[in-house]
Design a binder for this molecule. Structure first.
Ligand SMILES: Cc1cc2nc3c(=O)[nH]c(=O)nc-3n(C[C@H](O)[C@H](O)[C@H](O)COP(=O)(O)OP(=O)(O)OC[C@H]3O[C@@H](n4cnc5c(N)ncnc54)[C@H](O)[C@@H]3O)c2cc1C
Length: 463
C-alpha cells in the first residue's frame, strides 16, 4: 500500500514509525512530506497522557527519554498572594499512602515533554521503506483513479498514493479534499504570545524560580487599567534536568490577530523569531502589559532575557456533528482514500490539554486498522470504508472536551472586564464557566481542585 503522509509532526511520524516497525517487509511504501526544514527548533511538547505515551512506545521511542522528571506540578498565584490559588500536585504523603494520580482524578497532570526529542526519536525509528521529504509544502490532494494525488506549491505533482493521511496540523491545505469551508477551523478569539527563556535560574528572581520548580508556574494580576486580568504562565520543557529551558506565555484575548501582530512587530512572521527588532517589540508589549503597580518589578524584568518569540492565534475545529453533517463533508468524498489525523482533523486549543494526546492516539489506531486491513487483503473500497470508520471514531472522541474548550475561550474575553479580586482561575480555564454552580460537573471540578490545593498546604505546595 502506497501511503502519502502530509506533515512530519508527532501524528505523521508516529503513524509512519508504527507501520515501519510492525508491518511485514514490503507491505507499505510510505512517503512523508514536511514543510519545515530537517534541522529546526521544534519548541516545547506537552504533558502526554497514558494513551499518548503508549503510542510513543509502540513507535519505538522510550517515553523517559523525552519527559522531564518532576514537571507534573503546576502552581497558580495571584499578584500579592503568598500562597497559590491552585496547586496541581499529588502530595508526597498521599503517594506514601499508596494513592496514585489516577485515583484522585489527576491523571491529566503528566510530565512535560521536549518536542525536539519526540520528533528526533520518531525519525530514528523509520525504516528504509519510509522516505521523508523536508521543505515541501503540500498544497492540495485530489482523487486520481482509485487513489489520491498530492500537489505542491505550484500545483506540481508530488506523487500518487493508495491512501493519503493528512497530518499537517490545524492549518492543513489538503483538508479541503474531504471537508467544506463550513467545517474549517475557527479563530477562538485568543492569541498566545510566547517567549523562550534559556535559563530561568540565571535570569529570574529567586521567588519566580522557586515557584516554577521543575514544572509550571502561573500568576494573574491586573491589566494596566486595573479593570481586567492578565495571566502570565511559565513552563519548563527540557527533558534533561540540566536543560532549564522554559516558555513564557501570555494569553491575549483580541478580535483581530493581525492588529496584534502589527503591534508586537510580528506581522508576516510564521513560527519563532529571534531577530533583535522583533524581540524588543515583544518585550515592550509584555512589560507594558504588566505595568500596573500591583505587579512586582521582577515580573517585568522577566522578559529581559527572552531569546525567541512567537505569536500564535489559537484556532480550533467545530464539533463532529458540524464536520460529519450534511454541509461539512465534500460531496462524493466518502469513497476517497484520504483521512486526517491529529490537529489536521480535529484541533483543540492549548487549554484543552489534550489535542496532542488525541493526535498520537489517532495515529496508533489508524496504524492498527491499516495493519489489520493489510493482513485481510484490501482494495480501494475496503480501504475507504476503513478510514471513514476511523475518521468518525477520532472525531467523536475528541468532541468530549470540545464544548468545554469553546466555553473557556469565551471566558478569556471576560478577563478584560473582571477585576483580580473577582477572578477564579479554575472556573475560567478548567471548567469554562462563570459560576461553580453552573452544573454538577463544574461544582465537582472546582471543589476537587480547591481540596487538592488545600491538601498541598501541608507540604508548603512542594516548594
Ligand atoms: C502552546 C501549546 C500548548 C499545548 N499544550 C498541549 C497539552 O498540554 N496537551 C496536548 O495534548 N496538546 C497540547 N498542545 C497541542 C499539541 O502540540 C498538538 O495537538 C500536536 O502538536 C498536534 O500534532 P500534529 O502532528 O497533529 O500536528 P502538528 O504538531 O501541527 O504537526 C504538523 C506538521 O505538519 C507540517 N506541515 C504543516 N503544513 C504543511 C504542509 N502544507 N505541507 C507539509 N507539511 C506541513 C508542520 O510543519 C508540522 O511539522 C499544545 C499546543 C501548543 C501550541
Amino acid at each position: 500500500m502506497r501511503v502519502g503522509i502530509c506533515g512530519a509532526g508527532p501524528a505523521g511520524l508516529t503513524l509512519a514509525a508504527i507501520l515501519s516497525r510492525e508491518a511485514q517487509a514490503g507491505a507499505f511504501e510510505l512517503k512523508l512530506f514536511e514543510r519545515g526544514e530537517a534541522q529546526r527548533d521544534q519548541g516545547s511538547g506537552w504533558d502526554m497522557s497514558k494513551a499518548a505515551l503508549e503510542a510513543l512506545s509502540r513507535a519505538g521511542v522510550d517515553p523517559s527519554t523525552v519527559q522531564r522528571a518532576g514537571s507534573d506540578t503546576m502552581r497558580f498565584y495571584r499578584t500579592g498572594g503568598s500562597r497559590p490559588d491552585v496547586c496541581l500536585r499529588l502530595p508526597t504523603y498521599m503517594k506514601r499512602w499508596g494513592v496514585k494520580k489516577e485515583d484522585v482524578g489527576l491523571d491529566q497532570m503528566n510530565l512535560e515533554t521536549e518536542r525536539n526529542l519526540i520528533i528526533g526519536g520518531l525519525m530514528d525509528q523509520l525504516g528504509s521503506e519510509v522516505a521523508v521529504q523536508h521543505s515541501t509544502n503540500v498544497c492540495a490532494a485530489r482523487r486520481k483513479g482509485d487513489g489520491v494525488e498530492l500537489l505542491g506549491t505550484n500545483q506540481e505533482p508530488l506523487g500518487d498514493f493508495d491512501l493519503v493521511v493528512d497530518a499537517s496540523g490545524v492549518h492543513s491545505h489538503t483538508r479541503g479534499a474531504r471537508f467544506t469551508h463550513s467545517a474549517d477551523a475557527f479563530y477562538t478569539g485568543v492569541c498566545l504570545l510566547q517567549g523562550v527563556l534559556r535559563s530561568p535560574e540565571d535570569s529570574l528572581a529567586p521567588e519566580i524560580v522557586s515557584r516554577l520548580g521543575e514544572g509550571s508556574f502561573g500568576i494573574f494580576g491586573p491589566t494596566p487599567s486595573g479593570e481586567g486580568v492578565i495571566e502570565l504562565f511559565i513552563q519548563r520543557y527540557g527533558a534533561a534536568l540540566d536543560n532549564k529551558v522554559a516558555n513564557v506565555n501570555i494569553n491575549v484575548p483580541c478580535d483581530d490577530p493581525h492588529a496584534l501582530a502589527d503591534l508586537v512587530g510580528l506581522s508576516g512572521v510564521h513560527g519563532a523569531s529571534s531577530t533583535q527588532e522583533q524581540l524588543e517589540a515583544v518585550k515592550r508589549y509584555y512589560k507594558d502589559s504588566l505595568s500596573h503597580p500591583d505587579w512586582p518589578q521582577c515580573y517585568r524584568e522577566l522578559f529581559n532575557e527572552i531569546e525567541a518569540v512567537r505569536l500564535l492565534p489559537v484556532f480550533m475545529h467545530p464539533m463532529a456533528e458540524v464536520l460529519l453533517g450534511e454541509h461539512g463533508v465534500v460531496d462524493g468524498s466518502d469513497s476517497l482514500c484520504f483521512v486526517g489525523v491529529g490537529d489536521a482533523l480535529h484541533a483543540l486549543p492549548p487549554w484543552s490539554g489534550t489535542s496532542g494526546n488525541f493526535a498520537m492516539q489517532d495515529s496508533a489506531d489508524l496504524a492498527t486498522a491499516l495493519l489489520d486491513l493489510q493482513e485481510q487483503g484490501w482494495c480501494a473500497e475496503s480501504l475507504a470504508r476503513t478510514v471513514r470508520e476511523c475518521e468518525r471514531a477520532f472525531l467523536q472522541r475528541a468532541d468530549e472536551p470540545r464544548l468545554r474548550c469553546i466555553n473557556a475561550g469565551e471566558r478569556f474575553k471576560d478577563m478584560l472586564t473582571t477585576r483580580v479580586k473577582d477572578y477564579d482561575y479554575v472556573l475560567s480555564h478548567i471548567a469554562g464557566e462563570k459560576s461553580m454552580f453552573a452544573s454538577m460537573e463544574t461544582f465537582f471540578i472546582v471543589s476537587f481542585l480547591k481540596t487538592l490545593t488545600w491538601l498541598n498546604r501541608f507540604e508548603n505546595y512542594g516548594l
